[in-house]
Design a protein around this ligand. Structure first.
Ligand code: DX5
Ligand code: ZN
Length: 228
Protein backbone atom coordinates (compact mmCIF):
# COMPACT_ATOMS: atom_id res chain seq x y z
CA UNK A 1 0.00 0.00 0.00
CA UNK A 2 1.30 3.49 -0.79
CA UNK A 3 2.03 5.60 2.27
CA UNK A 4 -0.49 8.30 3.03
CA UNK A 5 0.96 11.85 2.89
CA UNK A 6 2.01 13.50 6.13
CA UNK A 7 -0.06 16.65 6.65
CA UNK A 8 0.23 19.31 9.33
CA UNK A 9 -3.03 21.11 10.20
CA UNK A 10 -2.83 24.04 12.65
CA UNK A 11 -6.04 24.36 14.66
CA UNK A 12 -7.65 27.79 14.40
CA UNK A 13 -9.04 27.33 17.91
CA UNK A 14 -5.59 28.26 19.25
CA UNK A 15 -5.25 31.32 17.02
CA UNK A 16 -6.01 34.93 17.98
CA UNK A 17 -9.80 34.98 17.69
CA UNK A 18 -9.83 38.70 16.97
CA UNK A 19 -7.67 38.22 13.86
CA UNK A 20 -8.95 35.06 12.22
CA UNK A 21 -8.33 36.12 8.63
CA UNK A 22 -4.75 37.11 9.37
CA UNK A 23 -4.24 33.89 11.32
CA UNK A 24 -5.60 31.68 8.51
CA UNK A 25 -3.31 33.36 6.00
CA UNK A 26 -0.39 33.10 8.41
CA UNK A 27 -0.89 29.32 8.64
CA UNK A 28 -0.82 28.97 4.85
CA UNK A 29 2.26 31.17 4.54
CA UNK A 30 3.98 29.24 7.32
CA UNK A 31 3.82 25.92 5.48
CA UNK A 32 0.61 24.38 6.84
CA UNK A 33 -1.03 21.80 4.60
CA UNK A 34 -4.53 22.18 6.02
CA UNK A 35 -6.30 24.61 8.36
CA UNK A 36 -8.29 22.75 11.03
CA UNK A 37 -11.50 24.55 12.01
CA UNK A 38 -13.29 23.30 15.14
CA UNK A 39 -17.00 24.02 15.36
CA UNK A 40 -18.85 23.62 18.67
CA UNK A 41 -22.48 24.10 19.66
CA UNK A 42 -21.98 24.33 23.43
CA UNK A 43 -23.95 21.10 23.78
CA UNK A 44 -22.05 18.25 22.11
CA UNK A 45 -18.88 19.81 23.55
CA UNK A 46 -18.74 22.49 26.25
CA UNK A 47 -17.53 25.42 24.15
CA UNK A 48 -18.52 27.78 21.33
CA UNK A 49 -16.31 28.78 18.41
CA UNK A 50 -17.01 29.40 14.72
CA UNK A 51 -20.05 29.32 12.46
CA UNK A 52 -20.50 28.94 8.70
CA UNK A 53 -20.22 32.70 8.19
CA UNK A 54 -16.76 32.61 9.77
CA UNK A 55 -15.72 29.98 7.25
CA UNK A 56 -17.24 31.92 4.35
CA UNK A 57 -15.41 35.10 5.34
CA UNK A 58 -12.12 33.25 5.90
CA UNK A 59 -12.27 32.01 2.31
CA UNK A 60 -11.27 35.47 1.08
CA UNK A 61 -8.12 35.37 3.22
CA UNK A 62 -6.66 32.06 2.08
CA UNK A 63 -7.24 29.21 -0.34
CA UNK A 64 -5.67 26.71 2.08
CA UNK A 65 -7.58 23.43 2.50
CA UNK A 66 -10.31 24.01 5.11
CA UNK A 67 -10.65 20.95 7.34
CA UNK A 68 -13.89 21.55 9.24
CA UNK A 69 -14.45 19.42 12.36
CA UNK A 70 -18.08 19.58 13.48
CA UNK A 71 -18.58 18.82 17.16
CA UNK A 72 -22.32 19.35 16.93
CA UNK A 73 -25.20 17.34 18.36
CA UNK A 74 -27.11 17.68 15.07
CA UNK A 75 -24.56 17.91 12.24
CA UNK A 76 -27.13 17.20 9.52
CA UNK A 77 -28.76 20.58 10.27
CA UNK A 78 -25.56 22.48 9.42
CA UNK A 79 -23.49 20.64 6.79
CA UNK A 80 -25.04 22.39 3.79
CA UNK A 81 -24.12 25.82 5.10
CA UNK A 82 -20.54 24.77 5.89
CA UNK A 83 -20.15 23.25 2.42
CA UNK A 84 -21.52 26.40 0.78
CA UNK A 85 -19.18 28.48 2.95
CA UNK A 86 -16.16 26.76 1.39
CA UNK A 87 -15.31 23.78 3.60
CA UNK A 88 -13.07 21.35 1.70
CA UNK A 89 -13.57 18.55 4.19
CA UNK A 90 -16.30 18.03 6.78
CA UNK A 91 -15.85 15.65 9.70
CA UNK A 92 -18.78 14.55 11.85
CA UNK A 93 -18.95 12.48 15.03
CA UNK A 94 -20.38 8.99 15.37
CA UNK A 95 -21.74 10.04 18.78
CA UNK A 96 -23.91 12.79 17.25
CA UNK A 97 -27.66 12.49 16.65
CA UNK A 98 -28.94 11.10 13.36
CA UNK A 99 -27.92 8.15 11.21
CA UNK A 100 -24.15 8.39 10.71
CA UNK A 101 -24.15 6.75 7.27
CA UNK A 102 -26.84 9.17 6.09
CA UNK A 103 -24.88 12.18 7.36
CA UNK A 104 -21.67 10.97 5.71
CA UNK A 105 -23.54 10.41 2.43
CA UNK A 106 -24.98 13.92 2.64
CA UNK A 107 -21.49 15.41 3.11
CA UNK A 108 -20.31 13.47 0.04
CA UNK A 109 -23.28 14.72 -2.00
CA UNK A 110 -22.31 18.29 -1.10
CA UNK A 111 -18.97 17.71 -2.85
CA UNK A 112 -16.76 17.78 0.26
CA UNK A 113 -14.22 15.26 1.48
CA UNK A 114 -15.81 13.17 4.20
CA UNK A 115 -14.46 12.55 7.69
CA UNK A 116 -15.76 10.55 10.64
CA UNK A 117 -14.62 11.18 14.20
CA UNK A 118 -14.70 9.36 17.52
CA UNK A 119 -14.37 10.69 21.03
CA UNK A 120 -11.89 8.99 23.37
CA UNK A 121 -13.46 5.79 24.68
CA UNK A 122 -15.76 5.19 21.69
CA UNK A 123 -15.00 1.75 20.17
CA UNK A 124 -12.99 1.82 16.93
CA UNK A 125 -15.66 -0.30 15.20
CA UNK A 126 -18.03 2.65 15.35
CA UNK A 127 -15.76 4.26 12.72
CA UNK A 128 -14.45 1.23 10.86
CA UNK A 129 -17.98 0.20 9.83
CA UNK A 130 -18.03 3.45 7.78
CA UNK A 131 -14.56 3.16 6.20
CA UNK A 132 -15.87 2.61 2.66
CA UNK A 133 -17.74 5.92 2.89
CA UNK A 134 -15.00 8.23 4.17
CA UNK A 135 -11.72 9.90 3.24
CA UNK A 136 -10.58 10.48 6.82
CA UNK A 137 -10.99 9.02 10.30
CA UNK A 138 -10.35 11.16 13.37
CA UNK A 139 -9.99 9.32 16.67
CA UNK A 140 -9.75 12.27 19.07
CA UNK A 141 -6.87 12.23 21.52
CA UNK A 142 -8.56 14.59 24.04
CA UNK A 143 -12.18 15.16 25.10
CA UNK A 144 -13.52 17.71 22.59
CA UNK A 145 -13.85 21.34 23.63
CA UNK A 146 -10.58 23.10 24.29
CA UNK A 147 -7.01 23.47 23.10
CA UNK A 148 -4.16 22.80 25.46
CA UNK A 149 -5.40 19.56 27.04
CA UNK A 150 -3.24 16.58 27.89
CA UNK A 151 -2.80 13.94 25.16
CA UNK A 152 -4.62 10.68 26.01
CA UNK A 153 -2.29 7.76 25.15
CA UNK A 154 -5.10 5.28 25.84
CA UNK A 155 -6.53 6.19 22.41
CA UNK A 156 -3.48 4.69 20.64
CA UNK A 157 -5.07 1.20 20.67
CA UNK A 158 -8.16 2.45 18.82
CA UNK A 159 -5.96 4.30 16.32
CA UNK A 160 -3.99 1.12 15.61
CA UNK A 161 -7.23 -0.84 15.12
CA UNK A 162 -8.46 1.80 12.64
CA UNK A 163 -5.13 1.80 10.78
CA UNK A 164 -5.21 -2.00 10.56
CA UNK A 165 -8.73 -1.90 9.12
CA UNK A 166 -7.68 0.71 6.55
CA UNK A 167 -4.69 -1.43 5.54
CA UNK A 168 -6.77 -4.62 5.38
CA UNK A 169 -9.34 -2.97 3.15
CA UNK A 170 -6.53 -1.50 0.99
CA UNK A 171 -8.32 1.81 1.34
CA UNK A 172 -6.94 5.27 0.86
CA UNK A 173 -8.21 6.85 4.07
CA UNK A 174 -6.34 9.48 6.08
CA UNK A 175 -5.97 8.94 9.82
CA UNK A 176 -5.93 12.17 11.80
CA UNK A 177 -5.05 12.92 15.41
CA UNK A 178 -6.45 15.96 17.22
CA UNK A 179 -5.63 16.96 20.78
CA UNK A 180 -2.30 17.23 22.53
CA UNK A 181 -0.36 16.67 19.31
CA UNK A 182 3.26 17.81 19.69
CA UNK A 183 6.79 16.74 18.82
CA UNK A 184 6.64 14.59 21.98
CA UNK A 185 3.47 12.69 21.04
CA UNK A 186 3.91 12.43 17.26
CA UNK A 187 6.28 9.40 17.27
CA UNK A 188 3.68 7.18 19.01
CA UNK A 189 0.95 8.52 16.71
CA UNK A 190 3.00 7.74 13.60
CA UNK A 191 3.65 4.24 14.88
CA UNK A 192 -0.10 3.78 15.41
CA UNK A 193 -0.77 4.88 11.80
CA UNK A 194 -1.62 8.60 11.93
CA UNK A 195 -0.67 10.74 8.91
CA UNK A 196 -2.63 14.00 9.53
CA UNK A 197 -1.60 15.98 12.61
CA UNK A 198 -3.83 18.71 14.04
CA UNK A 199 -1.90 21.06 16.30
CA UNK A 200 -3.36 23.90 18.32
CA UNK A 201 -0.99 24.85 21.12
CA UNK A 202 2.02 23.30 19.38
CA UNK A 203 1.40 25.48 16.29
CA UNK A 204 -0.35 28.81 17.01
CA UNK A 205 0.91 28.69 20.59
CA UNK A 206 4.53 28.63 19.44
CA UNK A 207 6.58 31.82 19.08
CA UNK A 208 7.42 31.02 15.43
CA UNK A 209 4.63 29.30 13.51
CA UNK A 210 6.81 28.37 10.50
CA UNK A 211 9.43 26.78 12.72
CA UNK A 212 6.75 24.96 14.71
CA UNK A 213 5.12 23.49 11.58
CA UNK A 214 8.51 22.51 10.17
CA UNK A 215 9.42 20.86 13.47
CA UNK A 216 6.18 18.86 13.63
CA UNK A 217 6.70 17.74 10.03
CA UNK A 218 10.32 16.77 10.67
CA UNK A 219 9.36 14.71 13.72
CA UNK A 220 6.61 12.90 11.78
CA UNK A 221 8.86 12.25 8.79
CA UNK A 222 11.69 10.93 10.97
CA UNK A 223 9.33 8.77 13.00
CA UNK A 224 8.00 7.24 9.82
CA UNK A 225 11.54 6.66 8.58
CA UNK A 226 12.34 4.77 11.77
CA UNK A 227 9.40 2.42 11.14
CA UNK A 228 11.29 1.26 8.04
C1 DX5 B 1 -10.34 20.09 20.71
C2 DX5 B 1 -10.05 20.53 19.29
C3 DX5 B 1 -8.64 20.63 18.87
C4 DX5 B 1 -7.78 21.61 19.61
C5 DX5 B 1 -6.40 21.02 19.69
O1 DX5 B 1 -11.73 19.98 20.85
O2 DX5 B 1 -10.72 19.66 18.40
O3 DX5 B 1 -8.51 20.87 17.47
O4 DX5 B 1 -7.71 22.87 19.01
O5 DX5 B 1 -5.60 21.82 20.50
P1 DX5 B 1 -4.24 21.28 21.13
O6 DX5 B 1 -3.34 20.89 19.99
O7 DX5 B 1 -3.73 22.44 21.92
O8 DX5 B 1 -4.59 20.09 21.99
ZN1 ZN C 1 -10.67 19.40 15.99
Amino acid sequence: MTQRDIRIAPSLLSANMAELGVEARRAAESGADWLHIDVFDGHFAPNLSFGPQTVADLRSWSDIFFDVHLMLARPMDHITRFAEAGADSITVHVEAEGDVADTLAAVRDLGCRVGVSLMPGTPAEMATTHLEQVDLVLPMTVRPGFSGQRFMPEVLGAITAIADAVAEGELSVDIQADGGVSRDTIPALVEAGVNVFVAGSAAYGAPDLSAAIAGLRETATNARGELG
